[in-house]
Each structure stands twice: as structure tokens, then as C-alpha cells.
Design a protein around this ligand. Structure first.
Ligand code: ZN
Length: 309
């Protein structure tokens, strides 16, 4: 049986646990995923990107879908909720009708759905809101009935189909608002925030737009420890080395570059752990400034994905 592992670290008074939903290829070559890169970029960095971030056999990018589970001031907080099960995703077939053991992985981390106090959706893309809800008979209902779901208002407005915004994602987010966002909003569980939101003494949300209009980062300041959960500000560590490189899913390339430079620069200058949504391997890294970009100073001690555990 395939079972995913979880791992936990403590920063200041906050524990951070990794909860897997998926790890592996997402069907894109580096050039498709990151059109601004050259083959040379991948060749030059393949020695440290392979195999966790780049499959040396196929040349395909490997990615993780995971939730960062935080415990802070006695509350249980989920940062991003993956793709979810049993969803029809006509324009993103790789995520259609998944049947993963995500809730079991969450249970192994000691969390039942009713225990969750806060859900943070860093933005409202298909792979960040999925477990907000589950299918109960014919209805999509909140998975975490006692939680407040923190959503950036600019993304709530942008992805609301009633507003008919055009996206570089095309129709890739089809059905997502309807089955993963609206049900929790109509249940009265959402808190739509804008600009900045202080969660508690350790955790603060700030907009960092570019990838989407409401993309946000969660900053952890506790004791002497620092971390920043950057969501989809990056999808592959090659973007530490070349921080101007966007993914093909970034709505506003210039804003995405500016947000990346600002947040990575802050992290480098403050010894903050950078914790993106989609890195496999050790999942997070401290970085230093190097040349026109950054370099990995050290990886977090999170266990890489293993099918043997
Ligand atoms: Zn994502």
C-alpha cells in the first residue's frame, strides 16, 4: 500500500507539519511550465534539481501538492487545501476525479476535520482550495465545519465567474469557484481579507500579487524564528537562481517578479525559511543573495516523499 509520510518542525512557538496530497509529474516539460527559461538553465542546474524537482529520465518537472499544517496559539491552521477528490476538471484532466488518501494523511498528523480552526487559501487556484469542500451525496459541503476560511478578496472577486475576468489560465479553474469556494462562503465560513490580515501574534497574511491578483504570503515571526509561506510565488527551486522566471500560470508577469524579488529578498536578509506550496524534496529552504538571484543556503529537514513509509 502506498502511504505518504508527514514530518514536523517547530519554529518559535509554532509547529509546521507537512501533509501530502500528491507528489510526482504534472505532465509539463520545463519549457512548458516555465516558458521564460532556456534549456541551458535546466542543464546548468540539473545536478541539484534532479531527481526531486526534475525527473532525469523523462526531463519532466516533479511537483508536490501538499498542505502545511500549523499549530499556533492553540489553534489548528491549514495552509492551502490541494486539489480534492472526485471533482470534474474538464480543462485540467490531471486533476479530474482524484481519489487520494489526503484526509487519512491529515488524520495521521492528528487532525480530524472538525479540529481545524482556520483554513488559509493563499490564492484561489484549482490546487489550493480543493479540500475546502467534499461531496456529500449531491452537494459540495465544507470539509472543515468549524473553520474560518481566510480568502484574499481580490482573488475571490477575480475568480467569481459572475465577474467574467479573463485569465492566462483559460478555463483551467472551471468549476472550482462553484464547488470549492462558494459552498463555504454560502455556509458563512469565509473571511474575505484585503491588503493584510493579522492571524495571531505569530502569523500574518499579506497580499503579494502577480501569480494571481490576490496571491498572498503568510509570514511567521515567533521568537527568533522566521518563515514565509509563499504559495505559488515559485513552483521550482530554479526560480531561486533565476527569480525573474515566472510560471505559465502567472497572471501578471511584472507584478509576479516584483513580489518574488521583495519576498525572497526579505527572506534572505532575515534568515527566513521559504516554504512554497509545491516543492517536493525537503519542501522548503533558506536562501542567500547570490549574483542577480538567490542560492539555497540549506534545506528544511522535512522528509521527501516516500512510497515505502
Ligand atoms: Zn498551485
Amino acid at each position: 500500500m502506498v502511504r505518504e509520510t508527514v514530518d514536523q518542525i517547530t519554529l518559535g512557538e509554532v509547529t509546521i507539519t507537512r501533509v501530502w496530497e500528491y507528489y510526482g509529474p504534472v505532465g509539463m516539460t520545463p519549457e512548458q511550465f516555465f516558458p521564460e527559461t532556456s534549456p541551458r538553465t535546466w542543464e546548468d542546474n540539473s545536478s541539484w534539481l534532479a531527481p526531486q524537482f526534475l525527473d532525469p529520465e523523462t526531463g519532466i518537472v516533479n511537483s508536490a501538492i501538499q498542505t502545511w499544517l500549523l499549530r499556533s496559539e492553540g489553534r489548528t491552521i491549514l495552509v492551502d487545501t490541494g486539489v480534492g477528490n472526485h471533482r470534474y476538471r474538464p480543462y485540467a484532466p490531471v486533476w479530474s476525479y482524484l481519489d487520494t488518501g489526503y484526509l487519512g494523511n491529515l488524520a495521521r498528523a492528528g487532525v480530524r476535520p472538525e479540529d481545524v480552526d482556520l483554513v488559509v487559501n493563499t490564492h484561489l487556484h484549482i490546487d489550493h482550495v480543493g479540500w475546502n469542500t467534499f461531496q456529500d451525496d449531491r452537494a459540495w459541503v465544507p470539509t472543515f465545519p468549524n473553520a474560518t476560511y481566510l480568502m484574499p478578496k481580490p482573488d475571490f472577486d477575480f475568480w467569481n465567474p459572475a465577474n467574467d475576468h479573463k485569465s492566462v489560465f483559460g478555463r483551467g479553474n472551471q468549476n472550482v469557484f462553484e464547488d470549492s469556494v462558494l459552498p463555504v462562503h454560502e455556509a458563512g465560513l469565509t473571511l474575505l481579507w484585503d491588503d493584510s490580515y493579522q492571524i495571531d501574534a505569530n502569523l500574518r497574511l499579506d497580499l503579494a500579487p502577480g501569480h494571481t491578483p490576490g496571491s498572498s504570503v503568510l509570514t511567521l515571526l515567533s521568537g527568533a524564528d522566521r518563515a514565509v509561506f509563499v504559495g505559488d510565488m515559485m513552483h521550482n527551486p530554479v526560480q531561486f537562481v533565476e527569480p525573474d522566471v515566472n510560471s505559465c500560470f502567472c497572471e501578471d508577469p511584472a507584478a509576479a517578479r516584483a513580489s518574488r524579488a521583495k519576498v525572497f529578498g526579505w527572506a534572505a536578509d532575515n534568515n527566513a525559511l521559504v516554504i512554497p506550496a509545491h516543492l517536493g524534496g525537503h519542501g522548503a529552504a533558506e536562501v542567500i543573495r547570490e549574483g542577480s538571484g538567490f542560492a539555497v543556503k540549506g534545506w528544511a529537514p522535512f522528509a521527501p516523499y516516500s512510497e515505502d513509509i
